[in-house]
Design a protein around this ligand. Structure first.
Ligand SMILES: CC(C)C[C@H](NC(=O)C[C@H](N)C(=O)O)C(=O)O
Ligand SMILES: [Zn+2]
Ligand SMILES: [Zn+2]
Length: 389
């Protein structure tokens, strides 16, 4: 299939002006001021007039098999459905396992990641779950990363959380070392996606590993940094030392009332504090549970995260927090691609995967979504559905 998108304002995420973009097979073949092809029935023409073209969104933390369970079996959350991702502009997801590392297995995570690839989006996964020792496929983190193409790192390893395994500094250092070497030996990031909870020690365990070993701060990718104000303040300090920080866009009003910093606002505050945009990302935690525990650790509520919240946070950053569209885009395109080591992803660039979104120039509503060259969404509606949608 050949597709030619004409006359559209292109954000690579950097703005490069009005362009024509040619897609052949699954890749971006050409970006130029003018590309003229004769009218042929096997070429798909898309008029990009009045529209903005951006890279497909990358959601680097999604419980694609479903997660939850903190309220017993009935609170296990549902798996991700394809069109929830595509209608929100998401064309790449990284799958994780969370609290429930027993019924949510690595074999199931691999199967669901492959299913979503068959249905039309790009998927990767992290090996493990909250738990330490890390529950892998092969028995070793480095072997999982080196031998299984889908696996790019380890996570989400829980620290500073009453649901964690209470890992020690040595345990986290060992995990980071194994992920780092596994990544090094297979050309992957070997990143360690760390779940940071509400406990007072916050990012201390990561700081101790960095102080006591020669593992670089960039080996870690801590998420939920916006979950409460005190952690957020520590997150600014951590980021100013060169660390990556990830904000969770799924939320509920109660969390905001209890002091969560909405991800769009967290982005503005981090930028105002002088943190380089390249170190900041948004992820949705979709299909993960959003459990509400009281100060005695008793569960008082539980909702499920949504992929849509990633796009909503992107829009809020631009419309409410007056963040520049290029910076807002970077948090869900080039930055996760770079941090996670996803080749040919996250940019509109010749030779890169044809993951593209056409947004209305006025209200930035999603019109068209193309994933690996295939049109998945047209006029805001899914034209390709998951197997059972
Ligand atoms: C950031 C907060 C609001 C949500 C966060 N979610 C997870 O970590 C995933 C969840 N536990 C699952 O396993 O599905 C949390 O529970 O702290
Ligand atoms: Zn988490
Ligand atoms: Zn999660």
């Amino acid at each position: 299939m050949i597709t030619l998108i004409k006359n559209t304002e292109v954000y690579t995420p950097d703005y490069i002006g009005k362009k024509d973009v040619l897609i052949t097979d699954r890749r971006i073949a050409k970006v130029a001021d003018q590309i003229n092809l004769q009218e042929l029935e096997w070429i798909q023409y898309i008029d990009g007039t009045g529209k903005v073209l951006t890279p497909g969104f990358i959601d680097g933390h999604v419980h694609i098999t479903g997660g939850g369970g903190e309220g017993s079996f009935r609170s296990r959350t549902p798996e991700l459905m394809l069109s929830d991702a595509t209608t929100s502009g998401v064309t790449t997801v990284v799958g994780v396992i969370g609290t429930d590392g027993t019924t949510r297995t690595m074999t199931n995570l691999v199967a669901k990641a492959r299913a979503l690839r068959e249905e039309g989006i790009t998927t990767y996964i992290h090996t493990g779950s909250y738990q330490v020792p890390v529950r892998t496929l092969t028995g070793k983190i480095e072997d999982d990363i080196m031998l299984i193409d889908l696996i790019i790192g380890a996570g989400e390893i829980a620290i500073a959380d009453h649901r964690s395994s209470q890992p020690t500094v040595d345990e986290l250092a060992r995990i980071a070392s194994q992920a780092r070497v596994g990544g090094m030996l297979s050309g992957k990031s070997g990143i360690v996606n760390v779940h940071v909870g509400d406990s007072p020690d916050k990012l201390q365990l990561i700081d101790q590993v960095i102080e006591q070993t020669d593992i670089p701060i960039t080996q870690f990718y801590p998420t939920h940094i916006n979950r409460n104000r005190k952690l957020f303040e520590k997150g600014i300090e951590y980021a100013k030392r060169g660390g990556y920080v990830d904000f969770t866009t799924s939320t509920i009003p109660t969390f905001i009332e209890e002091g969560e910093v909405k991800s769009a606002k967290a982005l503005r505050l981090m930028l105002e504090a002088g943190v380089p945009i390249e170190q900041i990302t948004f992820t949705s935690d979709a299909q993960g549970s959003l459990p509400d525990f009281d100060h005695n650790g008793r569960l008082i509520g539980l909702k499920v995260g949504r992929v849509r919240s990633l796009y909503e946070a992107f829009i809020e950053a631009i419309h409410e927090e007056e963040i520049d569209i290029t910076d807002a885009l970077k948090t869900i395109t080039r930055n996760p691609a770079s941090i996670l080591g996803l080749n040919n992803k996250g940019e509109i660039k010749e030779g890169y995967d044809a993951d593209l979104i056409l947004l209305d120039q006025q209200d930035l509503s999603i019109h068209t979504v193309i994933s690996s060259g295939q049109m998945m969404v047209k006029d805001g509606e899914a034209i390709v559905n998951g197997t059972f949608e």
